[in-house]
Design a protein around this ligand. Sequence first.
Ligand SMILES: [Zn+2]
Length: 482
Amino acid sequence: MKRLTKTICIVLALCLMAAGLVFAEGEEGETEDPASQAVRSDDSTYLWIGLQYGSSAVDKITVRSADGFLIVKGNNKGWTETDIKTSSTTLTIVPSGGQATVVDENGETILGGMGNGGYILLSAAEDPEDRLITINGSRYRDGATATVTGGRLNVINVIELEHYVRGVVANEMGYTYPLEALKAQAIAARSYGFKSINKHKNYGFDLCTTQDCQVYRGYVSEHDSTDLACSQTEGQVLTYDGKIVETYYYAYSGGATLNSEDVWMNALDYCRGKVDEYYSDYRWAVHYTMDELTQEMVNRGKNIGEVQSVQITKRHSTGAVAEVTFVGTKGSATVTKSTILSALGLKSFMFAINDEQFVWNKDGMATVTDASVSVIGASEQDDNVKDVYVIGADGGVSSVSASDLRISNGTMVSMPQGTVSAGWTDDPVSSDVVYIAGSGWGHGVGMPQTSARNMADLGFNCEQILKYYYEGTEIGNIADFQ
Ligand SMILES: [Zn+2]
């Protein structure tokens, strides 16, 4: 698939170069900027983006182009026809005999016989700069194609990598964010897009349009601010040890990031857990009855009987939860990594469990993150102590609300920030209702986007932001990897 993708890319790029010549002739004195040259060079990378597939596959695809079409036809042995042009402004792709067929406005078949391993690409004929087409009512850049599965059409947008990134950034980060944050997001999205070639090869494309990959909505997502972030970082990717990195990102850290292997399986050297100095508050709370937790264990095939208590049994040094143990009438079960979030329906790993409802403080609270800190006045949570004074490693004294303090294996952590609660603890919680409160939203690996915004507001540039959250990385150029 990868080799085929590359082949298709080169052919499409050549065709689009041809279209570009037509355009240049029609625009007297117009010179093309280096960027538009670059995206039509044979070094360009094209991604296949699955717009509709599987259960949302369709019976008909309507593709519109104001100035007619350039049609490319190919199969897994090469390209049989490369530059069929038509003045039709609307073409329809339908399945016929298990293959995709292109039909014009008059019902005439333009191209047929596209089945296993064969592709048709429909692209705008006279619009080389923007190459805008409409696929089933929504506007996209570059090309449309389809594969056939079970007699239905999977709708695919074939798009040059830089155009793809323009359709992602505003969906993943607000377009009003500061420019350096948007540039960090553009580099992350470009790197992730390139690393995800073949990710959904079972469906015949590279990336889907949801958070499973990156949220992509095509032309409607483009804004001046995000386009500027893309053009100012054109071709830039994040590298580690000479390879493009997997740039995981998410919304809010809740105060600390996690090692990749603390969430998933793979240990990535550049995704290390650390206290996040630039986090923004995002707080949440949920609660469950023991019956609900029992049902959750049953759903997960954990035969531990009626759940009687739940407990955080291990934390990372940053305070992020590493292990939760459920104790039932027939045994116990521990959950770790991303299962902690899915089993309890939580938004982040930064949380506490209690048998009393958490109440969020208005002010936000001091955060104690230095493991060598020592405590004066209380060795553990005490309802009667309102404030605790701590001495940091630098000798400075600061005040922390007692309700925000906890001690874990001799290490003080402050979790979750900003809660007021009587006696929260990592002891087993066995009341009828279990309350859970936390801060942060996301898997915790890599760059928290709201923290990137805060860093940009403080004057950090995109490279500094990326290197803070992906340690040991460098900015590289995609041309070195194509
Ligand atoms: Zn996906």
